[in-house]
Design a protein around this ligand. Structure first.
Ligand SMILES: Cc1cc2nc3c(=O)[nH]c(=O)nc-3n(C[C@H](O)[C@H](O)[C@H](O)COP(=O)(O)OP(=O)(O)OC[C@H]3O[C@@H](n4cnc5c(N)ncnc54)[C@H](O)[C@@H]3O)c2cc1C
Length: 526
């Protein structure tokens, strides 16, 4: 039997749960972290497709966390003390179009403009202005990602005081498609940029999706080392976090599936795991698991107003179908070798089909012609033997396939094959005979793989504008990181800035520490 008394009990051992645990432990508190599965990492796990061929099974590119002091300043010693390393690629994303032309966006703005000019000279000139405009807006766009988001009204007031803020208010009420149509004449350029925004897992024509465009501003920053991905796979990121948490005195538990919460006098007292262990929280319970699960555990103790909003939470517009292939060779793309220096190699249909595809996800339809391909093994020799490759082929997919999620059981393999066949058609040299081993998960399988990914939602809850900033996860309370039960916090994917390997918990833990009389700045100085 495990269990025991702690100052803080953290639910979930994904990267956000581990980071929360580390900061609280560093502050001198007695902390434990409870993970349901038999390994830590949640959505940031990697594994071997076959022995010697490593693939990331969830998150792949670490561009969001790389903007935080965790990476920029090695705030936790993950690199200097725990041996974690990134590999970097000059280009974060590129598109390959149906006629096998491509648009590669690299760190170098001149090179990127030359690439844009292949489609439109005018857009190449415009892109420099667009980039300056985005850089100006970045400070406003980043509100709430490195520190708690302000109350929504206060945020709007502050925004209304500067030209950038007023423009961002307009952007928050725009779709990414609307913004790119304001700037660019070429459909290839428009698709390339809105495609990046679809990483929010929302239709690029939905209001609010424009906000992600602004994060491309960092692309040409002279301090940008490139697109970061973990050397040897995400497992090394997770191992560094685990080692750091343990070094700071935290207790980490695997196979600790929390399924009950005890509330007394309006405060959380303890949580209980499926195997009967009880963990008491003297101060607070900090959840990084799916908020709906926590509210289900609260049952009648759930505050009515908060429950109302939790029930209204929506999932993203589409989920992920992801496959990894261990190949005995390196793919050669029909479009040319230049795309191989890009992390996210994105197949892009022409704009009408591209946009229509996003509409049809909500109708349960699937289109295999939009895979995002990553081949980290080309730039990280630790991932497979030389001359071979590990290829990730990641597709968007509806949760309710053909109107019902149960259809994934019946059609999952057939749709995986459609995506694989499409990938092969993009290359000159790949056939089924090159496959040494493979691995793949449908949205339904992702829900089992990470129990926080309800309905295959890789951000736990959707990133619609109505569920961001102070409205995530409980309207008007996002800046507090808790609802009416004041010692039950929601950090990580459940709070702004939402899903992704964004280390969002770093912002939330600042508020938790403040509530318990600790200045975050003192913690990171240690
Ligand atoms: C195929 C794929 C590709 C992706 N690509 C990228 C990418 O390139 N870049 C990027 O930034 N993001 C990417 N993401 C998204 C990213 O991986 C996730 O959003 C992120 O890992 C979420 O981290 P988290 O710590 O907030 O939550 P999670 O990682 O989901 O952690 C939650 C943890 O809680 C545990 N848990 C759940 N319920 C319980 C319970 N009752 N008791 C105890 N423990 C529980 C889970 O097992 C899990 O370990 C991708 C995701 C997928 C699936």
């Amino acid at each position: 039997m495990a269990g025991g008394k702690y100052d803080f009990v953290v639910l979930g051992g994904g990267h956000n749960g581990l980071l929360t645990t580390i900061y609280l432990a560093k502050a001198g508190f007695k902390v434990c972290c409870l993970e349901a599965l038999d390994e830590f990492g949640g959505g940031t796990r990697s594994g071997e497709v076959i022995p010697g061929y490593v693939a990331d099974m969830g998150g792949m590119v670490h561009n969001m966390i790389s903007k935080t002091p965790i990476v920029r300043e090695d705030e936790l010693g993950l690199f200097s003390k725990y041996g974690f390393e990134y590999c970097y690629l000059d280009s974060l994303f590129c598109s390959i179009f149906p006629d096998n032309t491509n648009l590669v966006m690299t760190k170098d703005i001149d090179e990127s403009c030359n690439n844009i000019a292949k489609f439109s000279e005018k857009d190449a000139v415009t892109y420099r202005k667009f980039h300056d405009y985005m850089v100006n807006m970045l400070n406003v766009a980043g509100i709430g990602s490195q520190s708690p988001p302000p109350a929504y009204g206060a945020m709007m007031n502050v925004m209304s005081m500067s030209p950038e803020g007023r423009e961002f208010q307009r952007v928050l009420n725009s779709s990414s498609q609307q913004i790119v149509e304001e700037w660019f004449e070429s459909e290839q350029v428009r698709v390339t940029f809105t495609r990046w925004c679809t990483e929010m897992m929302i239709d690029p024509r939905a209001i609010g999706t424009a906000s992600l465009l602004y994060f491309t501003a960092g692309l040409h920053d002279p301090d940008n080392p490139g697109a970061p991905f973990p050397k040897g796979g995400c497992i090394n990121f997770v191992n560094a976090l685990v080692a750091c948490a343990e070094d700071n005195g935290a207790d980490l538990f695997l196979n600790a599936w929390v399924d009950d919460i005890t509330v007394e006098g309006g405060e959380v007292k303890s949580v209980r795991t499926k195997n009967g262990d009880e963990f008491f929280a003297e101060n607070a319970v900090v959840s990084t698991i799916h908020i709906a699960d926590v509210f289900e555990m609260l049952g009648d103790d759930a505050p009515a107003d908060d429950s109302h909003y939790v029930k209204l939470l929506k999932h993203c517009d589409f989920a992920a179908l992801n496959q990894a292939f261990a190949l005995d060779t390196i793919p050669e793309f029909k479009t040319g070798p230049e795309v191989l220096n890009t992390f996210c190699i994105e197949a892009a249909p022409w704009e009408p089909e591209y946009l229509e595809t996003f509409s049809t996800y909500t109708l349960g339809k699937f289109n295999p012609k939009l895979p995002l391909i990553t081949i980290p093994s080309l730039h990280d020799p630790t991932r497979c033997p030389e001359g071979h490759s590990v290829v990730n082929v990641y597709s968007y997919a509806p949760w309710n396939l053909y109107g019902d999620w149960r259809n994934w059981e019946k059609h999952g393999d057939e749709l995986k094959k459609q995506v694989w066949d499409f990938f092969k058609s993009m290359t000159t040299n790949i056939t089924d005979d090159n496959v040494l081993g493979k691995w793949g998960l449908t949205p339904l399988e992702y829900q089992e793989w990470d129990p926080a990914f309800h309905e295959g939602d890789i951000g736990q809850i959707g990133m619609q504008p109505s569920q961001m900033y102070d409205m995530r996860p409980i309207v008007g309370k996002g800046h507090e990181y808790h609802g009416d039960i004041e010692n039950l916090y929601f950090l990580g994917s459940s709070s702004h800035p939402g899903g992704g390997i964004a280390a969002g918990a770093r912002a939330g833990v600042q508020k938790v520490l403040e509530d318990y009389g600790v200045d975050f700045r003192d913690v990171i100085r240690k």
